[in-house]
Design a protein around this ligand. Structure first.
Ligand code: WQD
Length: 333
């Protein structure tokens, strides 16, 4: 039996493949290289010393998805594949709905056809919208504040409703907060193919001299230093959370639990930038700019349910995240 990792060449997908292989799992990976490169697959093999079957396939291609299931005995699917750029989703909502929803339906349809009954979904803290309070718990109200978030929420609702209709299904929803960093080897990391929108890849571009301006998006928020606070989690900790979720899916005989994969600790933008400069001995030359539309002042998780149910807890801190992100970036020049 194998685990199918969709989007397994991507940032979180590749790190999850490493941890799955290191924990002895057999995996099959599919990716269309929309936001990743084959280099990540070489990195996974180099880090783990293990090989795996790979399919260059788009989840919109039903026959390609079906072929993977017909050629492999898939026990569970860990589903990362999807577009994830919030501003792009606002400009192109149909593209995001078409790709993320239609693609997921194709995966779920093949699962049904081949009797695969366990699904681990890459969800996001974005399904909490702008929460009324922090720390955020899994039973908080869910809402979408952009088309990207809508696709995540729609897929979560689909999982809940499918599982309610068929109790033999086990669907696990993993809500990520702010994944950053890279594998300590520097062989895999965050390598967006387009223009980055998230803080750390933008910091890296500035540090590499590929970007002229790095601005803190507002310093007049109701937070201690005025900049927004987020729950940054090392991508390796996040990947290990998926290994724990796969094991949980085996234990569960049905169900559709959601788990927050965060550290439970918030850091401000200034804290991230200052830590990056200190641990890497780099002057980023950042400035303070305008607020970014739609930003919440403060979002961080209560990860206690995930810690209890999955036996998982984030171990790495923002110094590791900043060091490992820069170590990978330097090797990628
Ligand atoms: C973090 C902080 C910005 C750029 C997004 C998605 C969410 C999830 C994680 C997928 C914010 C500030 C940023 C810059 C800055 N993705 N910032 N200057 O917005 O918390 O969450 O990524 O699931 O769905 O919404 O992350 O990295 O974009 O921003 O000051 O040049 O950095 O204002 O406070 P965000 P981010």
């Amino acid at each position: 039996m194998s685990l199918l990792v969709t989007g397994g060449a991507g940032f979180i997908g590749s790190h999850t493949c490493v941890e799955l292989l290191n924990s002895g799992e057999e995996i099959v990976v599919m990716d269309n290289f929309f936001n990743s490169t084959p280099k990540a697959l070489d990195g996974i093999r180099q880090i783990t010393g293990r090989n795996f079957k790979f399919y260059e396939a788009d989840m919109l291609d039903k026959s390609a998805v079906d072929k993977i299931f017909s050629e492999n005995n898939i026990e569970q699917v860990i589903h990362f594949a999807g577009y994830k750029c919030v501003p792009e989703s606002v400009k192109k909502p149909f593209l995001y709905y078409s790709n993320n929803i239609r693609g997921t339906l194709n995966i779920l349809e093949s699962m049904e056809k081949y009797g695969c009954r366990k699904f681990v979904f890459s969800s996001s803290a974005t399904v909490y919208g702008i929460p009324d309070a922090v720390p955020v718990r899994e039973d908080f109200p869910l809402s979408a504040i952009n088309p990207y978030g809508s696709t995540k929420l729609i897929i979560e609702n689909l999982c809940r409703e499918m599982q309610r209709a068929d109790n033999t299904l086990t669907m696990i929803l993993l809500r990520y907060f702010n994944p950053v960093g890279a594998h300590s080897s520097g062989l895999i990391g965050e390598a967006p193919t387009g223009t980055p929108n998230n803080l750390m890849p933008i910091v890296i571009e500035k540090a590499l001299g590929k970007r002229d301006r790095l601005a803190v998006a507002g310093n007049d928020y109701p937070t201690p230093d005025g900049s927004c606070i987020r729950d940054y989690i090392h991508v390796t900790d996040l990947a290990k959370g998926h290994v724990a979720a796969v094991k949980k899916a085996r234990e569960l005989k049905g169900g559709c639990p959601a788990y927050n994969l965060g550290t439970g600790r918030g850091y401000s933008v200034f804290e991230i930038l200052d830590t990056f400069e200190r641990v890497n001995n780099i002057d980023l030359g950042y400035v303070v700019g305008e607020r970014r539309e739609g930003d919440a002042p403060e979002i961080y998780s209560d990860p206690s349910f995930a810690e209890k149910e999955l036996g998982w807890k984030a171990q790495l801190g923002i110094e590791d995240m900043c060091k490992d992100a820069w170590n990978f970036a330097k090797k990628s020049i």
